[in-house]
Design a protein around this ligand. Structure first.
Ligand code: NBP
Length: 479
């Protein structure tokens, strides 16, 4: 074989096929391989005219068709299939070659795989790829981890096929080992929070404002022109405008109200718990999906007739639409601030040196949470790379301060009407928690010292203290 491929893709289901086509469309010769050969054949038959593909039936031929250092993108089902593919390919590769896992792997799996392959002289690059199948074909946001050395050989190809904003690629070396997959995971967690907040805004406009889905679609279209401008707001308007072809009903009314999840939101919250970072916005959105999907519990509640507010709730005190926009924007800022804080905490924990501003930059296109306001996040971190929380950056501080009266009115209205708004309410509680000069955590410390002699620190001097409580002779219990 004369011509060698610059890059190879193994795993040619929807994502892998589209990534391979994207590389080919950018003029790269692409080696393609799949466990079952029919997918490889179909790709070349259907899209062979889009560029140069070198199809292989065996892993050996596929590896032989690649130029050195070999770059092998793995795009298979995350989990055991990824390990199976690594086990199949690693023995065929040579020192300096790269295995690039572009699936949705858990970052701890990526850390494990990277360490094992490094010992064998191979680069393992866990890479977040956002934007779904359309993104994979037309330009995703790409979040590669792995060694800086691997990025030198791989980065230019990934940057080439990534989404662009003003000519700048939505791809950057995130950091070593699992950093790329970690950031992709938090991206998905933020996406959950964003979607939940939008859903709450819709619910309030519908139930309190009495607007139809079509009218609310127009509201979202208007918001999309302003500071909330984003892909998710744009598609929300489209979904709300849609009528069901069969029944003629608004589409949103014929869909079962049980949200599903694939697990990256849950992973984000689990990781946040381990890191001790309060990502309440993401957590509320994961729990809200779980609540919606808890059909048995919801039915039991409905059967028991759990009562709503006893008094008829009054009208919203203010301009509901304008207030909901403020609540949505402020809560969104909180969710992003928390997500970025989680990225910074993991970066510190694992020594990744992630540049948070660069993450905001590469999320501006090619991914689900692309939004105008990411520019402001980037600017905030450009100004202060060590920013503790986005909420203290002047732009966000002003936005949240300006929004807070409306935000509080919206949370009150939701509570008075018995409409669940966990995203808005918990974001506000987080904001108030950060603002508070004194938190009741002092009382919790007192309780802990009382029942478990866990000691406490004082406001007026250094050291750990224990008080001899009246009941201190009884057996202590841990908590
Ligand atoms: P799937 O996740 O449906 O996986 C199908 C592919 O995995 C096929 O190529 C299949 O080969 C291969 N595979 C399996 Br299953 N077990 C294998 C094994 N033991 N050995 C070798 N190959 C095996 O594909 P997808 O929907 O294209 O997603 C690919 C990855 O991208 C996943 O990690 C997914 O989570 C991620 N993803 C990301 C986004 C996004 O927006 N970024 C969207 C969707 C998916 P076969 O053809 O022989 O069965």
């Amino acid at each position: 074989m004369s011509e060698k491929a610059q890059i190879g893709v193994t795993g040619l289901a929807v994502m892998g096929r589209n990534l391979a086509r994207n590389f080919a469309r950018h003029g790269h010769t692409v080696a393609v391989h799949n466990r079952s050969y029919n997918r490889t054949k179909e790709l070349v038959e259907e899209f062979g005219n889009e560029g140069t593909f070198i199809p292989s039936e065996s892993a050996e031929d596929f590896v032989a068709s690649l130029e050195r250092p070999r770059r092998v993108v793995i795009m298979v089902k995350a989990g055991a299939p990824t390990d199976a593919v690594i086990d199949e390919f690693a023995p065929l590769l040579e020192e300096g070659d790269m295995l690039i896992d572009a699936g949705n792997a858990h970052y701890l799996d990526t850390r494990r795989r990277e360490a094992a392959l490094r010992e064998r002289g191979l680069h393992f690059v866990g890479t977040g790829v956002s934007g779904g199948e359309e993104g994979a074909l037309h330009g995703p946001s790409i979040m590669p981890g792995g060694s800086p050395e691997s990025y030198e050989a791989l980065g230019p190809l990934l940057e080439d096929i990534s989404a662009k904003v003003d000519g700048e690629p939505c791809c950057v070396h995130v950091g070593p080992d699992g950093a790329g997959h970690f950031v992709k995971m938090v991206h998905n967690g933020i996406e959950y929070a964003d979607m939940q907040l939008i859903a709450e805004a819709y619910d309030l406009l519908r139930q309190v404002g009495g607007h139809t889905p079509s009218e609310i679609a127009d509201v979202f279209r208007g918001w999309n022109e302003g500071r909330l401008g984003s892909y998710l707001i744009e598609i929300t308007a489209e979904v709300l405008k849609q009528n069901d072809a069969e029944s003629g009903q608004p589409f949103v009314d014929i869909v079962l109200d049980q949200a599903e999840q694939k697990g990256t939101g849950r992973w984000t919250v689990q990781a946040a718990l381990d890191l001790g970072v309060p990502v309440s916005g993401i957590a509320e959105s994961v729990f809200a999906r779980a609540l919606s999907g808890g059909a048995d519990v919801r039915k039991a509640a409905a059967d028991a007739g759990l009562p709503g507010p006893s008094a008829t709730a009054g009208a919203h005190e203010g301009d509901l639409q304008a207030d909901v926009e403020q609540a949505l924007f402020a809560s969104k800022i909180v969710a992003y601030a928390q997500g970025f804080q989680q990225i910074q905490a993991a970066s510190k924990e694992y020594g990744w040196s992630i540049d948070p501003g660069a993450m905001a930059k590469i999320w501006r296109a090619g991914c689900i949470i692309r939004a105008k306001f990411l520019d402001f996040i980037k600017q905030a971190y450009d100004k202060s790379p060590e920013l503790t929380t986005l909420l203290v950056d002047q732009y966000f501080l002003d936005a949240v301060s300006g929004a807070q009266d409306a935000w509080r009115r919206v949370v009150v209205t939701a509570a008075q009407h018995g409409i669940p708004a966990p995203g808005f309410a918990s974001a506000l509680a987080y904001f108030d928690g950060l603002r508070a000069a004194r938190l009741p955590a002092a009382l919790i410390q007192g309780q802990r010292d009382f029942f478990g002699a866990h000691t406490y620190r004082r406001v007026d001097k250094e050291g750990a203290f224990h008080t001899l409580w009246a009941t201190d002779d009884r057996k202590e219990i841990d908590a």
